[in-house]
Design a protein. Structure first.
Length: 255
């Protein structure tokens, strides 16, 4: 039985409602861990150091999707609570558009400036090529990772946290399986680790997009919308604290 946001929450219902979201975040955090395991064991210590150096930067870019998701889902949830479902769907669609546009901008910045960014983060001459290869492949599909973070929040607002959990688990399993195939079997090195991750991210980001594009049983669906700058600014402001938390965490991991 699903738990609705409009219900009175007991501790048991709250735990049952939150567990899929907690599990989603844990699965998402496995990307870097799994890549690191296979790279360190099958490619080498220098490649492992390169991946660990560039991952925090890539996570910061992706977390802009988390900012829009957390801030936007709070705004959309409030609008749903007011009984304005059509307006809530318009807001939801705006958040997806904003994520796509911002994703394109961040992707272009990352691709064209990956080498100087890697040096700025502390890459040595021995590490730089692995940093650039891994970073460019991952960043080319940054939009999918941003969408995955975005929809993790909106699946909860849509009262479908289990669907979000299933999409994230599918992405994580795909990443782990392809890491083993691309690195241990095909010997693609850090490029294999990157391709395994981006294919998993595409599952976690694109499948939810398809779900919300089609008629579904959730509270949300992508609809025609217009531009309301004040709504977008409010969503970004709401989610800015989550963005800063993730930036701080990424910086701690890097150092």
């Amino acid at each position: 039985m699903s738990v609705q946001l409009s219900e009175h929450f007991t501790y048991k219902k709250l735990v049952r409602f939150c567990l899929p979201t907690i599990a989603m975040m844990l699965c998402t955090s496995l990307y870097g861990i799994v890549d690191g395991y296979f790279v360190s064991n099958y490619v080498g210590k220098t490649a492992f150091a390169a991946v660990n150096l560039i991952i925090p930067f890539l996570m910061i870019l992706a977390c802009f999707g988390f900012m829009i998701g957390t801030g936007g889902s709070a705004l959309v949830g409030k609008t749903l609570g007011e009984g304005a479902k059509e307006r809530a769907n318009r807001y939801f669609t705006m958040m997806v558009y904003l994520t796509l546009i911002l994703g394109v901008v961040l992707t272009l910045i990352g691709i064209f400036f990956m080498r100087p960014i890697s040096y700025m983060l502390g890459a040595t001459d021995a590490m730089i090529e692995d940093c650039v290869v891994y970073g460019k492949i991952m960043n080319a599909f940054n939009i999918a990772f941003m969408l995955q973070f975005l929809f993790q929040s909106f699946f909860v607002t849509a009262e479908k946290p289990m669907l979000g959990f299933m999409a994230t688990v599918a992405a994580g399993i795909t990443n782990m399986a392809l890491d083993a195939l691309f690195i241990a079997v095909f010997h693609w090195g850090v490029a294999g680790a990157a391709w395994a991750s981006v294919i998993g991210q595409c599952i976690g980001g694109v499948l939810p997009l398809i779900y919300f594009l089609r008629p579904n049983s959730s509270l949300l669906q992508l609809k025609k919308t217009g531009l309301e700058v004040s709504v977008l600014l409010k969503a970004c402001l709401n989610g800015s604290s989550e963005l800063m938390t993730n930036i701080s965490t990424a910086d701690c991991v890097r150092t």
